[in-house]
Design a protein around this ligand. Structure first.
Ligand SMILES: Nc1ncnc2c1ncn2[C@@H]1O[C@H](COP(=O)(O)OP(=O)(O)OP(=O)(O)O)[C@@H](O)[C@H]1O
Ligand SMILES: [Mg+2]
Length: 322
């Protein structure tokens, strides 16, 4: 078998839309993912991430093209594929009437763990995901973030070589998210392949060693963080903190036509595409508008690359038909 856990060729998924029109949710994607990597699928709302994940995990049949997971074709050998994957969907369910512990135990049994091995493993995961104090509570009584943790913990009960996670961190507080991210990194270091989608670019930046940015069903960019950042050479992030925001600041910023701009309290942050010499001019001009306490200039972040490739975050309409 080759080194690739995923091998996708010309994959297309078309949904029927209103009035006989169609939605090309996945519009000809080809890529391979190496074993043991953490592969991040990024893209604005409606980009096709969940649809792609569903076709890769046999929940949806592709309209055309092929996808192989660990060498098995998702259409011709769906059972072989399912044996090798664990999946947490955006809307993944837990058994609402079962306790947290029983949810995990049921899943452990489903995955072939028995007796003390199953309960030991469940206890270990309850600890790892800080769920001990909730172990006896029914899933229906949990907060959204805690329920999400139960769903994600399930993935670690299975020894499947490939794990798919659709927006795993939704509703998790930063502390728990960190615990889950560490657990995921450890699994990948142990040889499992992790495929995740996320809207939180910082997560991808920290966790993924291979990133694919998709937009409108197609690949917009692919590579590791370093490669993606090179795509945005000439992009700068500027942050200026004033003692208080100058009255004309909004117009001042608009005149610079930044790629993105943000204001919070007395700090303005903007990303601009410019020559190095211009950056200094921009910063100086901005700082003169008021009393600048702090100025920071840095290279592009993954967010800048993302915005440049896909338009404003969330700008691509989820409901648009094409
Ligand atoms: N079951 C469906 N029937 C028809 N159209 C659908 C269906 N599911 C998704 N779509 C459409 O397909 C496109 C891609 O949706 P998808 O859910 O895959 O995007 P996504 O990248 O996961 O978005 P999000 O970030 O919001 O989760 C959207 O235009 C969406 O409206
Ligand atoms: Mg989605």
């Amino acid at each position: 078998m080759n080194d690739f856990a995923l091998d996708v060729q010309d994959l297309v998924k078309i949904y029927p839309g209103r009035g006989g029109r169609t939605i090309r949710a996945v519009d000809g994607m080809s890529f391979k993912v190496r074993r043991g990597s953490i592969f991040g699928l990024l893209g604005p709302n409606g980009a096709g991430k969940t649809t792609l994940l569903k076709t890769l995990t046999t929940l949806l049949e592709p309209t055309s093209g092929t996808a192989r997971i660990e060498g098995f074709d998702v259409v011709r050998h769906p059972l072989e594929v399912r044996r090798r994957i664990a999946l947490v969907l955006q809307e993944t369910a837990v058994e609402l009437f079962l306790s947290v512990r029983d949810n995990l135990l049921t899943y452990a049994r489903f995955r072939g763990l028995r007796g003390t091995r199953a309960s030991q493993r469940v206890d270990e995961l309850l600890g790892r995901f800080h769920l001990e104090s909730d172990a006896g509570r029914k899933a229906q009584d949990l907060s959204g973030g805690t329920r999400r943790r139960v769903q994600v913990a399930k993935v670690f009960l299975a020894d499947t070589p490939v794990v798919f996670l659709d927006e795993f961190s939704t509703g998790m507080d930063p502390h728990l998210k960190r615990a889950v991210m560490e657990a995921l990194a450890a699994e990948a270091a142990g040889g499992r392949t992790i495929v995740l989608t996320t809207q939180v670019l910082g997560e991808a930046e920290e966790l993924c060693d291979d990133i694919l940015i998709m937009n409108r069903g197609r690949e917009a960019a692919r590579g590791d963080l370093h490669t993606l950042k090179l795509l945005s050479a000439g992009l700068y992030e500027i942050a200026v903190t004033f003692d208080r925001l100058p009255a004309t600041i909004e117009e001042d910023i608009a005149r610079l036509s930044p790629l993105r701009a943000r204001m919070n309290q007395n700090t303005v942050e903007l990303a601009v595409k410019a020559e190095e010499a211009q950056v200094l001019e921009i910063v100086t001009a901005l700082a003169k508008r008021g009393r600048a306490l702090h100025v920071e200039v840095s290279g592009a972040s993954l967010e800048d690359v993302f915005v440049q490739l896909t338009g404003e975050p969330g700008a691509a309409s989820g409901e648009e038909e094409r």
